[in-house]
Ligand binder design. Structure first.
Ligand code: BEZ
Length: 212
């Protein structure tokens, strides 16, 4: 197992899940993907996270992102837990949860950090582009639930910057001005971005979000 770095190919795998056997690459097809781990079934923070993820599924769908969760418990346990999640979060978990009992996927993605816990995964996030390269990794401890608004925000940035020569500034949200890529001269930027370029400094040029 090696640390997965940005730009690496996401390791492919076939594993059992709450929705049957899943192959990562087949499941993702030409979509973007978000793979996120949960320390264990029937735990409070994970229950809130998975319910929230289910409620956000339409937003992930709009962005062409397929969700795939993981915990080291078995598929039968996942199916029972999903009933609880649906009940207490008033939703329907509508994406697979990998049943990683043998920790094959957790090891492949370095999701178990022994100095935090020897047996359970941390809260890892991997965002995978359609070419199967890893575009973002996040690691949260078991005690801190993730912010799904932030996951959508970062997907908006990843998708925007994948297709346009821009970068997104601090706290950026879809529709706000973006930064012209440093590789583009201001002269070229003025031709490329028809809605205008504001030169704050020679190295800091802003332009309206080209997708808004
Ligand atoms: C939780 O999801 O609440 C949790 C899981 C493992 C350790 C601590 C908290």
């Amino acid at each position: 197992m090696a640390t997965i770095r940005l730009g690496d190919k996401a390791p492919d795998f076939t594993a059992e899940s709450s929705m049957g056997t899943i192959n990562l690459y087949d499941y993702l097809g030409d979509s973007w993907g978000i793979l996120f781990s949960h320390p264990a079934d029937f735990t409070p923070v994970c229950t809130t996270e998975l319910g929230t993820a289910a409620k956000f599924k339409d937003e992930f769908d709009k962005r062409n992102v397929k969700m795939l969760a993981l915990s080291v418990d078995g598929a039968a346990s996942h199916v029972e837990w999903i009933k609880d999640i649906n009940e207490v979060q008033q939703t329907t978990v509508n994406f697979p949860i990998i049943a990683d009992e043998d920790k094959k996927v957790s090891d492949l993605y370095d999701m178990i950090h022994p100095n935090a816990d020897n047996n359970l995964t941390v809260r890892s996030v991997f965002i995978i582009a359609p070419d199967k390269t890893v575009k973002l990794t996040l690691t949260y401890p078991a005690s801190t639930g993730r912010n799904f608004y932030e996951l959508l925000r970062v997907i908006d940035s990843l998708q925007l910057t994948a297709y346009h020569k821009v970068a997104t500034p601090a706290n950026w949200e879809h529709g706000q001005d973006v930064v012209v890529s440093p590789a583009i001269s201001t002269e070229d930027a003025k031709t490329m971005f028809e809605r205008g370029v504001k030169e704050v400094k020679p190295y800091l040029r802003m332009t309206p979000d080209p997708t808004a």
